[in-house]
Ligand binder design. Sequence first.
Ligand SMILES: [Mg+2]
Length: 396
Amino acid sequence: MNRSSNSSFTQAKVLFVPVMASEPDPRDDDESARHAELGLRKIIHVDMDAFFASVEQRDNPELKGRPVAVGGAGGRGVVAAASYEARKFGVRSAMPSVTALRLCPELVFVRPRFDAYKDVSRQIRRVFEHYTPVIEPLSLDEAYLDVTDDRLGIGSATRIATLIRQEIRAKTRLTASAGVSYNKFLAKLASDQNKPDGLCVIRPGEGAQFVAGLPIRRFHGVGPRAGAKMQALGIATGADLAAKDIARLRQHFGSMADYLFRAARGIDLRPVAAHRVRKSVGGERTFSEDIGSGAALRETLANIIDIVWDRIEAAQARGRTVTLKLKFTDFQIMTRATSLPDYVSGKAEFAALAGALLEAELPLRGPIRLMGLTLGNLEGAGDEKPPRDAAQLSLL
Ligand SMILES: [Mg+2]
């Protein structure tokens, strides 16, 4: 059963905040005319539920109903994905496996099988293609779909989302949640609203109010670091964010500021980019004191992963190559890179690849003064130069 929700926001009409180039005429009550005037789209965000863990539970019935973590159980292992049973204990992706085991001693660890996940990813992609050519994957199990054109004449985006979820379940024996709205930012929030196996619709006029009550950490692109910064600034909800002016946001959040300013008002002008020009994203950090111990290096890397992943999400970049850069105290620079055949599927995989690059170099020949991390190689194969953007995105 779909659980369609509109209880979390009122049905009352809310005027759009006038940030768009042409403001809506408040006298115009015709929803579809306003929709066209504002260039609003019909966007669906589809997101598989606890994806890696659900595939494992599907393929190994002994795991059904049990707390499952996909990832390495060893001392340095990280949880790549957790089943809902495991999440009840507080187990989360990107959590060190030792922490996860402490929270949930019965936790069953399963090695990731990326080939199996990629097979499912291709299956759901084919389902999407049936309904629209305008598909923008975010990772193996998530995509934005622009269904404004409704080429099958189904009649509503909500109905299309329902059909897609049914078809995914029939073809993969897995559940997906979907969010339906008039821009990407809201559609993604909506898909998260009634997880797992849920559907949520945010209609034109409802976005600003929906966003106002949300905790800021639910905003796509606001990771641990930006979240901590917001907490320090007293920004806990969308309403708090909307109260800040653009100059102040730019001062604290740089290139993310405009996105955040609009998002706080339920506005997002980014198109679903089926063939976007892909970007490389990265960042680096120079230390006030040189660091050399394995523990300090790992901690620093974890920190940089958080920062860079926030940027990757905000830029909506995807890539296949993770590059680690270390600058030693004698200013020698070492870079190490690893590439996947497909896009890095999410933060957990990004962190695992970056961690493996560092581990392979330990112990270092000496202390370092800088560490950097980039996600790149976004187009062709094997001819990657260091991405230009990395240098421009200094972190501090
Ligand atoms: Mg998912």
